[in-house]
Ligand binder design. Structure first.
Ligand SMILES: [Zn+2]
Length: 333
């Protein structure tokens, strides 16, 4: 059962020209859609859970849904990750819930405060054999409890390469989410998105060996926005990061992990709206959640292509075996 930390994944992704997709899970259909897509494409994956998802689904339910996904796919390298953790207590809860990776987001704290919080989480998590992602710089957009900077201020809060080096040395964090012009949610940009690729290059230079993470990287494909609007929705001016830019950030600049949440929500919503609009007498949830789940499968498969992670599962499992990573304590019970 290759349930692992992100280390074996990032070891290969770092200079392998691919990134690991980190997909947010909130319920059974979303989890099944993600896992079927990754099984079909033989892609390693990260299932990530936010504080809001823990609350919505009840962690005990989510944990069993995820365990079922892992059991059903014994060949697939999977990491279970906390998305945007904000306190040491939440991280500790995730450690006892069997997470293999946690994010602590102290990006809204002053620099020293972010270091202090992150270093404390690193200490606690490493003792449990769990890896830590932190964030430096501030993204735009809004997602759950994470409120970013306004679009016109994004430039000012990009990650500083020298600070990143200092941050990494002092916290011993395992990976770093950077602000390079991406933004959370479905309304990322007023005009065309432009990622600060040069900034990624600079951070790679000041922090050689540190895996970098992109948040706020959904593409918000226009065809899904059109479907939602056609079938009674109202999402004018939604805009994301074009998939070509994601592909470049991953293959050319070495980003190791890309978070995808909004695009899954759009795919599910578009499909459910379509069923409701075209079959108004339908009332069996399986007949709209089922097609919704299929829409998630196609969206995730499309993302795995953009991340160039298709077919990388086997190599990651090999690396995991080579490292001889122990199972997190939770699974030894
Ligand atoms: Zn995020």
């Amino acid at each position: 059962m290759p349930l692992m930390t992100t280390k074996p994944m990032f070891d290969l992704a770092y200079d392998g020209g691919f990134a690991i997709g980190a997909f947010n899970v909130n319920n059974m259909e979303i989890t099944q859609g993600i896992i079927s897509a990754c099984a079909a494409e033989k892609s390693p994956l990260i299932l990530q859970i936010s504080k809001g998802a823990r609350k919505y689904a009840n962690m005990r339910f989510l944990r069993h849904i995820i365990s079922a996904a892992v059991e059903e796919n014994p060949e697939l390298p999977i990491a279970i990750h906390l998305d945007h953790g904000d306190t040491v207590d939440l991280v500790k809860a995730c450690l006892s819930d069997g997470f293999t990776s946690v994010m602590i987001d102290g990006s809204h704290e002053p620099f020293e405060g972010n270091i202090k919080l992150t270093a404390e989480v690193v200490k606690v998590a490493h003792q449990a054999g769990v890896v830590v992602e932190a964030e430096l710089g501030i993204l735009g957009g809004i997602e759950e409890h994470v409120v970013g900077v306004k679009a016109e201020d994004v430039e000012k809060f990009l990650t500083d390469p020298e600070q990143a080096q200092d941050f990494w040395k002092r916290t011993k964090v395992d990976s770093l989410a950077i602000a390079i012009g991406t933004s959370h949610g479905a309304y990322k940009f007023k005009h065309e998105a432009k990622l600060a690729m040069g900034r990624i290059e600079q951070i790679m230079k000041t922090c050689p060996g540190l895996p970098l993470v992109m948040h706020g990287s959904s593409s918000v494909p226009q065809e899904f926005i059109d479907l939602i609007n056609k079938y009674g929705g109202s999402m004018p001016n939604a805009k994301g990061v074009p998939e070509e830019q994601i592909y470049a950030a991953v293959t050319k600049y070495g980003v190791c992990k890309v978070n995808i949440d909004t695009d899954l929500r759009l795919a599910l919503t578009a499909k459910i709206r379509e069923v409701f609009a075209t079959k108004p007498s339908e009332f069996d949830p399986r007949n709209y959640l089922g097609p919704g789940r299929e829409a998630i499968v196609s969206m995730v498969r499309r993302k795995l292509q953009a991340l160039n992670s298709v077919g990388k599962a086997e190599a990651v499992v090999k690396q995991w075996k080579k490292l001889g990573e122990p199972m997190p304590a939770y699974y030894k019970k």
